[in-house]
Design a binder for this molecule. Structure first.
Ligand code: GCW
Length: 702
């Protein structure tokens, strides 16, 4: 018998490692990496230094098979970590890097070539270490490095909509990763891995609990649990924040009121803040959803959002804390266009907020749709710091089954020009504070994280967490470049893998727009769970919960008239934009039906009538998904079995459901337009009644 081949232990590619896989590289790359890290030179001490050096060791060991030593002496080919405190004779300047940025430089010290990672703080070094590892994993050159990087936005946050019972509102990746029941004692390894993943992107804050908050999270046992998490995250530069319920003083301690101007209420919050800061000295502050979707708030006491925010802000101010006050408000007794209500409520309050309050505004004025015009509050409250709220979890974009990469959505919003101070007043400049000179700046993403082994419900959903983090650090990055580096780290730096993956990702969001809500349509998803089509839904108690409210399709046409002769939502934008959006001819077609109600015979730029064009968009969406599937199939030999098969199956679901969206929407719109389908378009597979009868009582995340 000949020698038996040893079966290699299969590398588990179940997605747990995210983009920090540090997979073995080929021999040439491996020896180049080893030559660039003959040792890690580190003279600082403490948990953040340990996190940085052990991450570098883990990364190099994974990629090359050899773990470099950590030493205090510089040698040829070393990777040298240094702050002005650890190395007083630092050969590079660190001014301009702030407390979180870093420089990476190829330098020669005493005749020895080394790669220096320099920063003003330990956390800056950690960020620099992750940047270097990104270069290493993506196959970039490690020679002649001259990198300097610092974030422009101060607060780069995840918002968890996680409930104390372990469920996650709009979560599609399993239960909450916070094991509230066994905290503060049991601190599983996932918490550290969560911190590593976030630190690798520069995310520096996390709101642990749902904005639909329970007051129990402010009780002593839960403060202790939050403190345990804060202790784990601290070395990674991540602060903990909590969502608060407005009526907590009444619910927890029997106060008669939650009126923000009542001194007893203010005193309660002050004492509560003191209690929290005793347990978590670097606690970040509060996030508040008030007077929105049934949540209590200051308006219940005839006070304004500013009254409420400022009272809380005073409570955390002595400790350096902040208040993030959400502008996601619309009221059941307000008959005005829902898209206008946040602006109407908040714009008059500009200038009234305390200096440690930041108003958190969703990217669009309705609710995280596949496409929305940027929120009119951006650029409209010059005296108030505004932070962005994106949704990473894909409530309206196919949840954890559809591949819809959100990078292009984030990028489109950040690059949108508000014209608030003339051309070039982008949303990115509003939120990084540069447009109006604000120091308090922030961006938040509603997390898509759960206990699923792959964290995010699918491998490709991880890219949305990644893209959010990267753009938070640097809003000028392109969605394409981010997809490219994500694909290289997640699958392989081989261009034969990266290019097709990036192609799939970059077209995926527009495909979803096309098969769900083309030409500026919005919110025609089925009710409650928001999964699948429901353009016919019209029976819900509140008008603005019904899809028919949003599309207004009838025998004559379709779309929501937000022009001067309609709801006049256009007037909430700067005059240049308002004028452009008031006329369908100058409105970008991708937002056409968001702003205009148009006859079915309206001519699109393609020459199609609106009716025919709508059908064609639905069909493009379906065809694009078929193309994505075909592209993925070409990758079969190059992607590990487990992750290949998952994506293959999910794309099969997506194609079937894109077809479902197309057929159900066409069946419905045809029932109102009474028009024939354009030549070559197939009739829906089933009757409208069939689609209406589909029910999903146990859809996740609801
Ligand atoms: O529209 C919605 C979601 C809710 C969410 C709300 C919000 C947390 O469907 O689940 O509640 O937005 O952002 O407050």
């Amino acid at each position: 018998m000949g020698a038996m081949a040893l079966t290699p232990v299969a590398r588990a590619e179940d997605g747990y490692d995210l983009w920090l896989r540090y997979a073995p590289t080929d021999a040439a790359r491996s020896s180049s990496l080893s030559a660039h890290v003959t040792a890690i030179v580190a003279t600082g001490t403490g948990p953040t230094w340990a996190a940085a050096t052990s991450e570098l060791q883990r990364g190099i060991a994974g990629m090359t098979g050899t773990k470099p030593a950590v030493t205090a002496t510089i040698q040829q080919g070393a990777l040298w970590l240094a702050t002005p405190a650890s190395s007083p004779s630092l050969p590079v300047k660190t001014d301009g890097l702030g407390l979180e940025g870093y420089a990476i430089r190829s330098v020669t010290i005493d005749g020895k070539a080394v790669t220096l990672i320099a920063a003003n703080s330990d956390v800056g070094l950690l960020h620099g270490a992750y940047h270097w590892l990104r270069l290493a994993q993506t196959g970039a050159s490690l020679d002649s490095l001259a990198i300097a990087s610092a974030p422009k936005i101060g607060l780069r946050m995840l918002n968890h909509w996680d409930n104390l019972d372990g469920s996650v509102e709009r979560g599609y990746a399993g239960q909450s990763i916070w094991d509230w029941w066994r905290l503060p004692d049991y601190k599983g390894p996932r918490y550290t891995d969560y911190a590593r993943a976030n630190a690798s992107l520069g995310i520096n804050g996390t709101v642990l609990n749902n904005v639909n908050a329970r007051s129990e999270s402010l009780t002593a046992p839960y403060i202790a649990k939050a403190a345990a998490l804060a202790d784990i995250f601290r070395p990674y530069g991540i602060k903990v924040y909590l969502s608060v319920k407005w009526t907590a003083p009444m619910e927890l301690d029997g106060l008669k009121t939650a009126d923000p101007l009542d001194p007893a209420v203010a005193a309660w919050w002050k004492a509560k803040a003191d209690e929290i800061y005793k347990a978590i000295p670097d606690f970040g502050g509060f996030l508040v959803k008030a007077n929105s979707e049934g949540q209590p708030g200051p308006q219940d006491y005839k006070r304004t959002h500013a009254d409420g925010a400022n009272m809380l802000a005073a409570a955390v101010k002595p400790h350096g804390g902040i208040v993030m006050w959400r502008a996601f408000v619309y009221a059941h007794d307000n008959p005005d266009d829902r898209a206008k209500q946040a602006y109407s409520d908040f714009k008059p309050l500009d200038g009234q907020f305390a200096d440690n309050v930041i108003v958190q505004v969703k990217n669009g004025a309705i609710d995280f749709q596949p496409r929305e015009p940027f929120h009119p509050l951006f650029g409209a409250m010059p005296k108030t710091p505004l932070m962005m709220e994106f949704q990473i979890t894909k409530e309206y974009l196919g949840q954890s089954t559809h591949l819809t990469y959100l990078g292009p959505l984030f990028e489109e919003t950040l690059d949108a020009d508000t014209f608030a101070k003339g051309k070039g007043s982008t949303v990115a400049k509003v939120i990084d504070g540069s447009l109006e000179g604000h120091k308090l700046t922030g961006i938040a993403g509603v997390a898509n994280i759960g206990v699923d082994r792959d964290w995010s419900g699918s491998i490709f959903n991880q890219a949305d967490w990644y893209a959010f983090g990267r753009l938070s650090w640097d809003t000028s990055l392109s969605a394409r470049d981010i997809a490219t580096e994500w694909a290289a780290q997640t699958f392989s730096p081989d261009q034969k893998v990266v290019q097709p993956v990036v192609m799939m990702m970059m077209g995926s969001r527009e495909a979803a727009v096309d098969y769900m809500t083309p030409l500026g349509l919005a919110h025609i998803m089925n009710t409650g769970h928001h999964y699948g089509p429901g353009p016919w839904v019209s029976e819900l108690a509140r008008p603005e919960w019904n899809p028919v409210y949003y599309h207004k399709a009838d025998a004559n046409g379709i779309g929501f008239d937000r022009t001067k002769s309609g709801s006049n939502a256009v007037s909430q934008y700067a005059p240049t934009i308002a004028k452009m959006l008031d006329d369908p001819k100058t409105t970008p077609e991708r937002e056409l039906l968001w702003f205009h109600h148009l006859p079915w015979d309206y001519r699109l730029k393609s020459g199609d009538t609106l009716w025919d064009g709508l059908i064609h968009h639905y069909e493009h969406g379906v065809a694009d998904v078929a193309q994505m599937r075909a592209t993925w199939e070409t990758l079969r030999p190059m992607v590990d079995t487990e992750r290949f098969a998952e994506t293959e199956t999910l794309l099969t679901i997506q194609q079937r459901e894109a077809q479902w969206w197309r057929d159900a929407c066409i069946a419905y719109f045809q029932s109102v337009s009474k028009r024939p389908l354009p030549a070559g378009s197939a009739a829906p597979a089933h009757s409208l009644d069939y689609y209406k009868a589909l029910k999903f009582p146990f859809a996740p995340g609801n």
